[in-house]
Design a binder for this molecule. Structure first.
Ligand code: NA7
Length: 558
């Protein structure tokens, strides 16, 4: 659709992933003149790009799908409890087609810059193909994990075989049979891909810098009868998701960790280890997130599970994390991952003992050895949460760049607005409820709030909305303070802004990326703000700003 003559829209949505798809649906339903700009050649965001073998949900499929359409819920059959990438992409395409949304999307339209024009009170949005569009409101559906990052290794361009980040796994597939394959990284992505390809490649060498805690996904098919039952229970399922902190079906065990005996605790863990998905993490005692001793006891339990599954004791010990406890960063879910290391064609290289030095023409060099490969897979993670914002030249009032403003970490109001960047809305932004929850559940909440807000502005004749500096400060302080009680603050993970490959994001500085208060509290807070006439947000009719609502009230429950 590039080349279309229209250059101004009331709303531009950036990104056609899970967020952008639902956002445009809401806007179209309200008759708002809107378009989605997407850099990729198709819709789907995460599920468009991540085509590596093994890519799948770690949310129960039926809690990941949209909840907004009864008809959609009735007609879609999730075939697996944790559905794989091809099916997930089919689903999102189905949604777009069903609601005729594709005609409001422009693909291959990568946004490179967005500058706020104070005089005109509009955003000037530049696209890589040279076009410039304008809009009154700009809604960011950029994704949490959409900027893949590569190591900073010498010689990466010299390798003569094939190499790619998992995010760019070739769409046409890769011939793996008989090939010597390296995987760098042991995060959630690597754990999925390694387990899936180990028996399909000739030789697999895993380069692990730090192991991750991981537990069985316990995936399985969903029969027609089970799906019928799920359909009958959808209201109940979504109600459960709405009242749990993580937006999943999993509810924490209400008993105190120290109130029950060690035998009782182990009994619960033995049960949870065989349960699907994040049960092992989120149905557990709440103390594992906050109490070092409780966390250590549970981590020891999982370590023993790993020892039972890996035949070589020395390898098992290498696979057990020492620098953080279970669940203090997002838990990768695995399917026969640990058993991979019992295979003759799989080798584990511990980079903490022998770091990578360079990429050579034929493979990888560590401090002690050279390895030859046909394929190098970089499963090395993402410039998470703020990366996608940093990659667009976003400038607000007075030409201030968002990148500079967020240099030491994001500051937002409710995770949805940024002071000095009027009319820019982030339904699933940094510090919103989305990042730490079952993502689509958080997205629906954020999109609904932003859409209601636009409706409010329209019906009250406001054309400009900017979070007040004070409201932003209070929210960011609140998000920051909540990290203090969480063990997660100590972990080197993308929840704390760590990425060794992004300058400034190396270990050492915690970035307060996610709201840790849980989904129900987040929803109550943003609803209360709305009910109070969007307190904390300066609203005006157009070019003139009124200071009528500058403060966030003390009684907002944050
Ligand atoms: P992660 O969880 O950030 O994992 C990245 C992995 O890559 C991790 O094991 C890193 O080790 C490793 N890594 C990164 N850079 C290097 C270099 N330079 N050398 C060696 N090893 C490196 O990203 P994922 O894609 O796995 O998962 C992201 C989310 O996707 C996940 O949480 C799910 O929500 C879905 P490190 O730990 O930094 O030592």
């Amino acid at each position: 659709m590039s080349g279309t003559a229209k250059t101004h829209y009331e709303v531009i949505v950036i990104g056609a992933g899970v967020c952008g798809i639902y956002q445009i649906k809401r806007l179209v339903d309200l008759g708002i003149d809107a378009v989605v700009l997407e850099g990729a050649a198709g819709l789907g965001g995460t599920w468009y790009s991540n085509r590596y073998p093994g890519a799948r949900f770690d949310s129960e499929s039926y809690t990941y799908g949209y909840s907004f359409s009864r008809e959609l819920l009735e007609e879609w059959h999730w075939k697996e409890r944790f559905s794989g990438q091809p099916e997930n992409l089919r689903y999102l395409n189905h949604v777009a087609d069903k609601f005729d949304l594709r005609r409001h999307m422009q693909f291959d339209s990568k946004v490179t810059a967005a500058h706020y024009d104070e005089e005109e009170n509009l955003w000037r949005v530049s696209i890589a193909d040279g076009r410039e569009l304008t809009c009154r409101f700009m809604i960011m559906g950029l994704g949490l994990l959409s900027i893949p990052t590569l190591p900073r290794l010498e010689g990466m361009d010299k390798f003569k075989g094939r190499s790619f980040h998992t995010f760019y796994w070739p769409h046409e597939g890769v011939e793996l049979a008989g090939k010597k394959v390296a995987v760098i990284g042991t995060g959630a992505t690597a754990i999925q891909v390694i387990a899936e390809i180990a028996d399909k490649v000739g030789q697999l060498t895993v380069f692990q810098r730090r192991p991750n805690w991981s537990a069985p996904l316990n995936n399985g098919p969903i029969s027609q009868a089970e799906m019928a039952d799920i359909r009958a229970r959808y209201d109940e399922i979504f109600a459960t998701c709405a009242r749990t902190p993580g937006g999943f079906e999993h509810e924490p065990d209400r008993r105190g960790f120290w109130e029950v005996s060690r035998e009782e605790r182990v009994k619960l863990w033995d049960h949870l280890y065989d349960q699907p998905g994040f049960a092992i993490w989120l149905r557990n005692f709440r103390e594992i997130f906050t109490d070092e001793v409780a966390n250590a006891e549970f981590s020891d339990y999982i370590a023993d599970r790993i020892r039972r599954r890996v035949k070589d004791p020395a390898t098992a010990e290498k696979l057990i994390p020492r620098d953080h406890g279970f669940g203090v960063q997002r838990v990768p879910m695995e399917t026969r991952y640990f058993e991979v290391y019992n295979r003759d064609n799989v080798n584990l290289v511990d980079l903490s003992e022998t770091p990578l030095v360079s990429v050579t023409e034929s493979g990888l060099r560590t401090t002690v050895a050279d390895y030859d490969f046909d394929i190098i897979v970089y499963a090395t993670g993402f410039d998470a949460i703020t990366g996608a914002y940093d990659h667009i030249d976003i400038r607000g009032v007075g030409g201030e760049t968002l990148r500079d403003k967020w240099n030491d970490g994001p500051s937002t109001y409710l995770g949805m607005m940024v002071h000095g960047f009027p009319n820019m809305l982030m339904p699933a932004g940094p510090q919103s409820g989305s990042a730490s929850t079952n993502y689509p559940r958080g997205i629906e909440t954020g999109v609904n709030w932003c859409t209601d807000f636009l409706e409010y502005l329209r019906s009250h004749g406001h054309e400009r909305a900017d979070a007040s500096a004070m409201a932003e400060r209070r929210w960011t302080d609140h998000v920051t303070k909540m990290y203090a009680i969480m063990l997660m603050r100590k972990a080197k993970s993308w929840f704390t802004g760590y990425n060794s490959n992004v300058p400034g994001h190396e270990a050492g500085r915690v970035r307060y990326f996610v709201y840790n208060g849980g989904s129900p509290k987040y929803v109550a807070t943003i609803n209360e703000v709305a009910a109070k006439g969007y307190e904390g947000i300066e609203l005006s009719g157009g070019r003139m700003v009124s200071a009528a609502r500058t403060a966030m009230p003390q009684d907002v429950r944050i």
